[in-house]
Design a protein around this ligand. Structure first.
Ligand SMILES: N[C@@H](CCC(=O)N[C@@H](CS)C(=O)NCC(=O)O)C(=O)O
Length: 286
């Protein structure tokens, strides 16, 4: 009876008011669903003391993670033989930064791959720059930051916005409507960042120039500084692996092919530190 009265009142409302009300209601329902899903995925497992737990998104179809910063961390732990656990979620983000990956360690949350490594190096007493000269540390930092703070944004806009096949989005099972909504919001964010103000050709050029400088510096060396890989290789590999294997329909794949020594470098890092690569990636999503 009461419900009938409510529907009568709604029916008497002007069309515009009903349309706005419908939109607000849909938004509220979607927000509630999101909160429930987020809450469900936020429940932490209990780990033994001093366990390194890396929270990140689900495994990618062609790479172990669609976030290069998680590949960097996992590669580093593998290189140094440091045991770690991985938690995958599409929803969970670090409370402080709303980003992934983040570390959970004895109940504490530490976001940002670089801060995670710095924190663990103190906690577990290891030297992140072991065996490197001050000059190499300077060069390594400069190349790492170029890759993580410049090349990264070129591949983000390429993969998530320019790629018209939307294969990256489809790998999450995203509908066309949701893909269009997310693309729009990423496009806006990248305009604010600055990279989004350039054309696809210009961004391809920026990516290519970054990769060219890396390619020149690497030359015929096995790793950045010779025979032994270091932390900087892990960070650079994270970005290059995404470009090489997870650009989906974007231009990244063809850009990196212009630099055969970088492709060989990716293969070398993969073979050395990820012998289980093919079993780790989610083949079913490809
Ligand atoms: N400097 C950070 C960058 C982390 C970052 O930008 N993560 C991206 C994924 S690649 C992110 O969380 N974006 C927000 C989101 O996915 O909701 C790090 O080294 O961990």
């Amino acid at each position: 009876m009461a419900l009938a009265k409510v529907t009568d009142v709604i029916a008497d409302l002007p069309v515009g008011v009903r349309a706005v009300g419908g939109t607000v209601l849909t938004g509220a329902v979607l927000a509630a669903v999101w909160r429930v899903l987020k809450g469900r995925h936020s429940k932490s497992k209990v780990y033994p003391p001093n366990t390194i737990v890396i929270h990140q998104m689900v495994r990618g179809p062609h790479v172990p993670s669609l976030t290069p910063f998680a590949i960097k961390l996992e590669t580093y732990f593998r290189m140094e033989g440091i045991p770690y656990e991985v938690e995958h979620s599409l929803f969970r983000r670090a409370k402080k930064t709303q980003k992934i990956p983040f570390l959970e360690y004895n109940g504490e949350e530490i976001p940002d791959s670089e801060f995670i490594l710095e924190f663990l190096s103190k906690e577990k007493n290891f030297d992140l720059n072991k065996g490197l000269t001050p000059e190499q540390i300077g060069i390594g930092r400069a190349f790492q930051k170029m890759a993580e703070e410049n090349t990264y944004w070129c591949f983000v806009i390429d993969r998530w916005v320019f790629d018209e096949t939307c294969e990256g989005w489809k790998s999450f099972g995203m509908s066309s409507l949701m893909t269009a909504i997310f693309k729009r919001s990423i496009r806006k964010a990248l305009y604010t960042h600055g990279i989004g103000r350039y054309s696809p050709d210009e961004i391809r050029h920026i990516m290519s120039e970054d990769l060219k400088s890396l390619s020149y510096y690497l030359g015929s060396k096995k790793f950045l500084f010779g025979e032994k890989a270091c932390k900087f290789d892990c960070a650079i590999f994270g970005i290059l692996a995404e470009i090489r294997w997870a650009s989906f329909g974007g231009f990244g794949k063809s850009v990196i092919k212009e630099y055969p020594n970088l492709c060989e470098y990716c293969d070398r890092m993969k073979e050395t530190f990820w012998p289980d690569w093919d079993t780790v990636i989610q083949k079913k999503q490809s």
